[in-house]
Design a binder for this molecule. Structure first.
Ligand code: HEM
Length: 293
């Protein structure tokens, strides 16, 4: 399909800059979106529309909802739903900074910046804990099936949904855990990425085994580490043809099904959470007819 935002299916870039925006009171979101829709989108930018924006424009995207906060035993998952999400992808931090400034200028009639996070690749694709991330990601036709809404009407076909969640690691806690026990938190060996058959049911890959859900819960994960003056961790980014797979995975991680909490929570916790709909393209530009823009 040629109407998919190319950055969704492209591999993780060396660097990225994630900007989220809120609607300005008395702003003119349609004028700002018209600027955005003039851009020809390559794989250097992915755009997502949040439920607050869809509602402000009086439209409804089937399957789009705001991120819902939830609690589990000893943990809480916050919602920080914004109106618009821009994922800039590149290789040069200065260029990303200037691309972000240009986006802010294009959007200033309707949107104010809410959060900016710079992300990077660590050790060829590992989380900062040292574990390889993305091993069980679907590829090729399976990636399309997992990540892209294909059987839908024009204006929706070729679109995708994305879950964006910033996780803050606690390295003091992590480093107090012996190496073998760390492997049990993930369910894979840090040294060679081998899956551990005898990992406990709390192991992250046991909790999230995509084919163990009914229906299966495959996602196209594109997470990258972040680090700034507030700490460090993983910016979890995952595309799906709907938001259902993410919801099912997160519920099981938080112990909602059986009271067993994902081992990840022993050293990391989510500090943001938002869902967006990533529109399809028409002639290489954003096709915003589904939100009347
Ligand atoms: C700090 C947060 C997280 C870290 C460090 C992390 C790390 C990892 C690692 C190391 C793996 C094993 C390799 C792989 O297949 O990618 C993995 C697998 C996976 N993770 Fe996460 N993850 C995090 C959050 C999440 C969240 C929030 C979800 C979904 C709600 C999720 C869903 C998955 C899935 C679906 C798999 C593949 C499971 C399988 O089918 O084998 N992860 N993650």
């Amino acid at each position: 399909m040629s109407n998919i935002q190319p950055g969704i299916l492209a591999p993780i870039p060396p660097l990225a800059r994630c900007l989220s925006f809120q609607l300005l009171p008395d702003g003119e979101p349609l004028a700002a979106l018209a600027n955005l829709a003039e851009r020809r989108l390559g794989d250097d930018l992915v755009i997502g529309i949040g439920q607050p924006l869809a509602l402000a424009l009086g439209s409804e995207i089937p399957g789009l909802r705001g991120f819902t906060a939830l609690c589990g035993p000893g943990l809480s998952v916050p919602s920080t739903q914004a109106a618009l999400w821009c994922w800039l992808r590149g290789i040069d931090r200065g260029e990303l900074l200037h691309a972000g400034r240009a986006l802010e200028a294009d959007l200033e009639a309707g949107f104010g910046i809410e959060q900016v996070i710079d992300t990077f690749v660590f050790a060829g694709g590992r989380d900062l804990s040292g574990y390889e991330d993305g091993t069980e990601n679907p590829t090729g036709a399976d990636a399309l099936a997992a990540g892209i809404l294909s059987d839908a009407c024009p204006g929706l076909a070729g679109s995708s949904f994305v879950a964006v969640q910033q996780w803050l690691h606690d390295f003091e806690a992590f480093e107090d855990i012996p190496l073998a026990e760390r492997d049990d938190l993930i369910g894979r060996r840090q040294t060679d990425n081998a899956e551990l058959d005898d990992a406990p049911s709390s192991a992250h890959v046991k909790r999230t085994a995509q084919e163990s859900f009914a229906p299966s819960a495959f996602l196209l994960r594109r997470s990258m580490p972040w680090a700034d003056e507030d700490g460090e961790g993983l910016l979890f980014v995952a595309f799906g043809r709907s938001l259902d797979a993410y919801d099912a995975l997160l519920l099981r991680m938080t112990g909602a099904e059986d009271g067993v909490v994902d081992g990840l929570f022993q050293f990391t916790r989510p500090i943001t959470g938002a869902f967006y709909w990533c529109p399809p393209l028409r002639d290489g530009r954003l096709d915003l007819r589904a939100i009347g823009a």
